[in-house]
Design a protein around this ligand. Structure first.
Ligand SMILES: [Zn+2]
Length: 149
């Protein structure tokens, strides 16, 4: 009995700390702060590692000198993109086109996580491709006065 309780406690603790690790900067700060470029990429690398429904493709090289990250979500773990064109509805989300517009970047991280964890479900014929950050140079040029609006 004691052993069962201990096992349940350890399992619960592990699940709680794991779900904490999936919080974005936006979640942790209750919407007061957005992710940085580095945190965004690290976050998607974790999703890619932890979930079979997420796959990162990296493309050479943006004018900022960094790889362009395309994050794919496929509910049936099928990442044959050529086959997608025949039987899937492909949604492309391009984030961070202009500097100082981070809202979609954060929202996409949360959407990818919620799809991967099964918190929300996409229709079976829908796959999603997220450009993590399109304008990487713009995202890196981050300060209090870089965008006046
Ligand atoms: Zn814009």
């Amino acid at each position: 009995m004691k052993k069962t309780f201990l096992t349940a406690y350890i399992l619960l603790f592990t699940l709680l700390s794991y779900s904490q690790s999936l919080l974005t900067t936006f979640d942790r700060t209750e919407g007061k702060q957005t992710t940085t470029y580095a945190d965004c990429i690290q976050y998607y690398e974790k999703l890619d590692k932890d979930f079979n429904t997420i796959l990162i493709k990296k493309f050479n090289t943006t004018d900022a000198g960094y790889l362009l990250y395309l994050v794919l979500y496929s509910g049936d773990n099928n990442f044959n993109v050529n086959k997608w064109q025949n039987d899937k509805v492909i949604i492309l989300v391009s984030n961070g086109i202009h500097a100082g517009e981070p809202d979609g970047i954060d929202a996409s991280m949360m959407l990818a996580r919620d799809l991967a964890t099964g918190k929300i479900k996409a229709p079976e014929n829908v796959v999603i491709a997220f450009i993590a950050v399109y304008n990487i140079g713009g995202a890196l040029n981050r300060n209090s006065f870089s965008r006046v609006n």
